[in-house]
Design a protein around this ligand. Sequence first.
Ligand code: ZN
Length: 286
Amino acid sequence: MCGLILNGRTGGFSDVELDTGFWGKYSMTPLLLNLYIFLLGMCVGSFLNVCIYRLPAGRSIIQPASACTGCHTPIRWYDNIPVLSYIFLRGRCRTCHSAISPRYPIVELLTGSFALAIWLRFGTHPPTAAVYFVFIAALLVITFIDIDHRIIPDVISLPAIPAGLALSFFLPPVSWLDSLLGIVVGGGSLFIVAWGYHLLTGKEGMGGGDIKLLAMIGAFIGWQGVLFTIMASSFTGTAVGLAVMLRARKDMKMAVPFGPFLAIGAILYLFFGPRWIEWYLHRFLV
Ligand SMILES: [Zn+2]
């Protein structure tokens, strides 16, 4: 007995109807499915926290199990439930009562929200949704590591470049040529900017990590996406950099890591980029 009845229109999840049979209890309405994806995303976020914390130290992200950074007591499974445990424990370790950074639940909530947003945007083609969720997860890890340590880990950005190119052969949104040009434009343009800055000032401006990150972004969203990312991150980066500079009166380059702005630009493109480019072309060129 089949519990799911497809009602004959198209095959998407929203067309799945429930009957009262055995499987009916376990199959999902769109609302439940969305909730499930959000919760699953938060669990992935919990793993991203481990990556953010351990990758810069060169530690394994698989073992040992997570422990309190204060007293090194291993965290029990019921104290490791995304967001909820943080609320129940009121942000403190159960054993030593030292404060747990609110960053942990924030990363979990962000990851859950992005999982849901990606599903709503690309859900009609699940492989694309899966790849872009992994892409955003990598950007989240890179962003928080860059904020903490001012480095972009090669261990993520370098393998992601060929991976993005290889995946472009199977995913509809970006052709392999767009992806290849994205790597060249992304890696090349920032390299030229960094080289020019070095010529003009004699100082190291942009890190090599930023160049590799933009090449990775190009591999996943193509050369159009890279150009958009450079524009968007220049605007947001300059605005935030100026604000920080005015407040702290410090060297902008030292005050603000650039990786997070590249990540924000790439994510904006993923969700809204094609629409903005279309609007721009109609408004100014046609
Ligand atoms: Zn503790």
